[in-house]
Design a protein around this ligand. Structure first.
Ligand code: NAD
Length: 259
């Protein structure tokens, strides 16, 4: 049990990669608190995991929702050891040239408020408790944090920005708090395209998505959320006490191809 007695807050822990991380962290002995938007999926997780989990309905782009979740977590489980800032949304590969200036602006606010400001807010709200526990932060970034064509400009810019946030925080928060990231490659989840860009993108079915993900990475994997969880377990655990400011890529080898 690599995470025995750890208390972890995971944003977007009710679906996709965040849900897989939640499940595995509980198996590894952690108490997990999750923030999500959908009350149905939050309640499903509560029904399955009972006392091991705390659910918080909220919006990561609002500071007070992050703060409330941290307070509720500490009230329920007594401390906070790890923040996994994972909640995110997608731009559906919308093409910059196709999008009107109004939609560009609306999409910018919508997506960066969640992917970037939500990461800032999660880290800020958790900071005091992580200082007390000598804890750590893990951001879910992406292949789009390093390479083009992992999304459109909004998503790619947001995922690059998270790397800057992670590196600067690793520098500022040492020696008390470690700060790292996991960068999944294309993964079969329900990652949603934000409303302002829906008129500009093609909706693809799961088979098309799977074959396009396979073609992009040298290992030819249509990755599943479970493929990434070991990286989170390592970074969250005390085994990683010498690791900060790092990204573990879990992407089927995108860098090998040098996209
Ligand atoms: P997902 O849609 O299953 O999970 C995203 C979660 O974030 C959902 O639970 C969603 O409700 C939550 N969320 C979104 N906006 C929120 C908000 N404002 N407040 C609170 N919760 C919010 O998709 P996923 O693929 O599991 O995405 C998780 C993370 O992984 C994201 O940061 C995404 O950018 C990243 N990622 C995904 C892929 C991929 O191909 N699926 C690849 C690389 C990185």
């Amino acid at each position: 049990m690599a995470l025995k007695d750890k208390v972890v807050l995971i944003t977007g822990g009710n679906s996709g990669i965040g849900e897989a991380v939640t499940r595995r962290f509980i198996q590894e002995g952690a108490k997990v608190s999750i923030i999500g938007r959908s009350i149905e999926t939050l309640k499903k997780m509560k029904a399955e995991f009972g006392e091991e989990i705390l659910i918080n309905q909220g919006d990561v782009s609002k500071y007070e929702d992050n703060e409330k979740a941290v307070q509720a977590t500490v009230k329920q489980f007594g401390k906070l050891d790890v923040l996994v800032a994972n909640a995110g949304v997608f731009d559906g590969f919308a093409k910059f040239a196709d999008v009107t200036p109004d939609a560009l602006s609306e999409a910018y606010d919508f997506l960066l408020n969640i992917n970037v400001k939500g990461s800032f807010f999660g880290a800020k709200a958790a900071l005091e408790e992580l200082q007390k526990s000598n804890g750590n932060i893990i951001f879910t970034v992406s292949g789009a944090s390093f390479y083009p064509d992992g999304g459109g400009v909004w998503y790619t810019a947001s995922k690059h920005a998270q790397i800057g946030l992670m590196r600067q925080l690793a520098f500022e928060l040492a020696p008390n708090i470690r700060v790292n990231a996991v960068a999944p490659g294309g993964t079969l989840t329900a990652l949603s395209v934000i409303p302002p860009l829906r008129p500009f993108v093609k909706v693809v079915d799961n088979d098309t998505k799977a074959s396009s993900i396979k073609k992009r990475n040298p290992l030819q994997l249509a990755q599943l959320p479970e493929d990434h969880v070991a990286a989170y377990v390592l970074l969250a655990s005390d085994e990683a006490r010498a690791i900060t400011g790092e990204v573990i890529s879990s992407d089927g080898g995108l860098s090998v191809r040098g996209l």
